[in-house]
Ligand binder design. Structure first.
Ligand code: UDP
Ligand code: MG
Length: 200
């Protein structure tokens, strides 16, 4: 049995945990970007046990626009599990995890796809500055990336979220990994392949 929805070229996968207030803004920015691309696409929304009306809002969007698809988890599992569910359902030749809270600019997808067309398998989005974040968040993020790079055998790019493009071959490699407790950013890098960055 295949979990996939009908196959498309580009899958954007978005984990949602109590994101009711950002849904309209998110789709208002994301959909025009995807429509520019001339590729068929799907937006897979993983509802990770939200207790607000995220799920009801997603259903409304899905009824208007079938490219917006929903995977509804039975409870809150945390974002790494939500992303894993998204990866399992995504059928795209390219798969793009995106945060729901608009910390990742959807417009950058154009550049991710351009690099993919040049032949890269993983194109990750790197934040140039953490402006607008509290001092504590900036310091803790720095410490986090430093610690993780000491612990890890593969370099984990700093100031990089889950927002990136993964070619189908990378997605298939990730699906074969046995880890159940996952740090997706680490696995995305660990699998290798031809990787590059775009900055924002
Ligand atoms: N998220 C989720 N499950 C959770 C927590 C968060 O699916 O238990 C989603 C959330 O809705 C967002 C993304 O994961 O789309 C990143 O979450 P958040 O902005 O809280 O994390 P941060 O920006 O600190 O990495
Ligand atoms: Mg966030």
């Amino acid at each position: 049995m295949s979990l996939n929805f009908d196959a498309v070229e580009i899958s954007v996968i978005i984990p949602f945990y109590n994101e009711s207030s950002s849904i309209e803004y998110l789709f208002a920015r994301l959909i025009p970007v995807l429509q520019q691309l001339n590729n068929n696409y799907e937006i897979i929304c993983i509802n990770d046990g939200s207790v607000d009306d995220t799920f009801e809002k997603l259903i409304e969007f899905n009824q208007q626009d079938p490219t917006i698809k929903i995977v509804n988890l039975s409870r809150n599992f945390g974002k790494e599990v939500a992303l894993t569910a998204g990866i399992d359902y995504a059928s795209g030749a390219a798969v793009i995890p995106l945060d729901a809270d608009l910390q990742d600019p959807p417009e950058l997808i154009i550049q991710l796809i351009a690099k993919w067309r040049e032949g890269y398998d993983v194109v990750y989005a790197v934040r140039r500055s953490r402006q607008g974040e509290t001092w504590l968040k900036q310091v803790s993020a720095k410490a986090f990336y430093r610690t993780i790079s000491i612990m890890s055998h593969v370099p984990i790019p700093a100031n990089t979220g889950d927002f990136r493009l993964l070619d189908r071959r990378v997605v298939e490699a990730i699906k074969k990994l046995p880890e159940r407790t996952r740090f997706m950013k680490g696995l995305f890098t660990w699998v290798g392949y031809k990787q590059t960055a775009v900055f924002f």
